[in-house]
Every structure is written in C-alpha cells, then in structure tokens.
Design a protein around this ligand. Sequence first.
Ligand code: NDP
Length: 309
Amino acid sequence: MSPPTHFKLNTGAQIPAVGLGTWKSEPGEVRKAVSFALKDGYRHIDAALIYGNENEVGQGIKDSGVPREQIFVTSKLWNTHQPNVKEGLQKSLDALGLDYLDLYLIHWPVRLVPNDTSDTLPTNPDGSRAVDRSWDQSETWRQMEEVYREGKVRAIGVANWSIPYLEELSKKWTVVPAVNQVELHPFLPQHELREYCAKHGILLEAYSPLGSTGAPLMSDPDIRQIAEKNDVSAATILLSYHVSKGVVVIPKSVTEKRISSNKETVTLSKEDLAVLDELAAKGKAKRINTPLFGWDLGFADWYGSVRSK
Ligand code: NDP
C-alpha cells in the first residue's frame, strides 16, 4: 500500500504529509531550495519569522511558478510578538510576499520581552533570556483566533506544547489548535502527547526528523539495519516513520538530490514501527533542540515520555 500523501486538518483542509523545512537554510541557498522543491512536486513549505529567511522563501515560491493556491505555507509567531499577533503575522506576510498563510503557529509557549540587547532574543543582565513568566498563553491564543476569524490565516496551531500546556489552553480555546509541531523521531517518540493530540483532533507535525543539522540519526545502527532490510536510505526510514503513523514531517534540505528523495516515503510494517517506537525506551531517548529560554516553565517533557503503550 502506498503511504498517504495528505492528512486532514480539523478545519477540513488537506495538508501534504511531507513539507520542506527551512530553518538554517542560508540566504543564497533557500530561494533555490524552495523553488526546486516546488518544481519537484512539494506543495508544503515550513517557514518562520525567526529563521530570518522568509523573504527568500517567498522569492523561491514565486520563482517556482507554482500557483500560490496550490501550496500549503506555514509560518510561526515569534516569542517577542506574543502580545501583538497581528504585528508578528504581518511581518511574516510582508517578508514572504503573501496575503495569507495556510497555517500559523505559536512558535514556543514563551513570551520574550524585547529590550536593548535584542528585538528577537533579548537577555537579562545575568545573561539569561528575558522571559515574561507572568504572560498568559491563552491571551496569545485569543489573538490567534482573531487573525484566523479575519481570514489571514486558514488554520492556527501551536509548536512545542506539552500536554499540561494544551490542557490549560483547552479551558479557554474556542478554536482547537489544528496542529502541534514538535521535535519527534524514534529517540523522542512522545507517545503520550501523540495520544493526547489524536484524542483532541490536533495533528502532529514532526520537526528535526533526521536529528537536525548533519542528520545524526541516520548513522544510528538500529535505524540503518531497518533501512538495509527495506532497501531504502536511513533518511527514508526516519521520514516514513511519521507518515506511516499519520504524522506530518518537514525535513530540511538545501541539497537537490536530498530534497527529491526525502519526499519519497514508504509504508513501514507494523514490526518495523514497533522496533522504532521502542528505541527511546531502550536507552536511546534524546532531545536535540533545547533553546535557552523557559525550559523550567515545563512546556515540554524533557524526554517526551519514552514509554510506548
Ligand atoms: P532535519 O532533521 O530536517 O535535518 C536537517 C539536516 O539533515 C540538514 O543538515 C540537511 O542537510 C540534512 N539532510 C536532509 N535530508 C538529508 C538526506 N536525505 N540525507 C542526508 N542528510 C540530509 O532538521 P531541522 O532541525 O531543520 O528540522 C526540520 C524543519 O523543522 C526545520 O527546517 C524547520 O522548518 C522545522 N523546525 C521547527 C522547530 C520549531 O520549534 N517549531 C524547531 C526545529 C525545526 P542539507 O540541507 O545540507 O542537505
């Protein structure tokens, strides 16, 4: 059976199962990568204001010649814009050269307060990040619902939210998040979060599926063994893991051959999925992305609950 090419959001819209990530895609590379990916068949691009490259992503979209309405474009509200979602959104739309987004996410459940040190990653005098610990995420979500109702974004969601954070938000939301984009791979399978999101109709998106820069998970012996057995690359196994489980995956690459092969997923057997699901519980649990703000707020479970059910 061929793997699914699309999943359905709780808005009723379709989202392509594989999208192109753009974090750390340098200016000069990302325009070409986006244009190539779209000409090669991708219809889903994952962007964010903080990546600092949205204008090139937008240029790549235009260069491709693929009509805007055929492309699913995601961007993310940066932490310093939490008190003013409209302003953050407009910055992304202007940089991308678009008049709407298909999906807009709260990038992290943390408000940072801009100061003299920086507009984007401000620090306190002691060097720690300038986190506003009293900020109520439900206010950010209320403003997300507002831009959604105004039609500038066709779906809204969150990124990097743990179950307790989602539970708290659920007391106030009138629009259920369409997506929760989190770090997800066999070493951080987040089984409980997966169940929680499924129960609430929130689609999961897997970021850093290859282990981020340098794709370190591809050299893991257990992953390589499954790749050899299936006669595909380790990247294909790591990406197919998600699509086979009903999860969107957004691998980043600026290398044409890799961009091309990353969109070709395969259906993994129940046995292979079970092996991949258990790797974290067998001592391989690992979180790769740990930015220097707000971890003590508890928005993410450090090892993302490695137990499988
Ligand atoms: P990935 O796990 O996608 O890995 C990217 C790295 O893998 C790059 O070094 C890339 O190299 C390499 N690579 C890609 N494909 C292959 C392949 N087939 N064979 C060998 N190497 C390969 O990392 P990211 O952390 O970038 O995650 C993906 C996307 O998720 C991001 O770009 C971003 O859009 C999103 N994200 C969201 C976050 C959030 O907080 N919401 C946080 C982190 C990521 P090269 O480019 O040189 O080909």
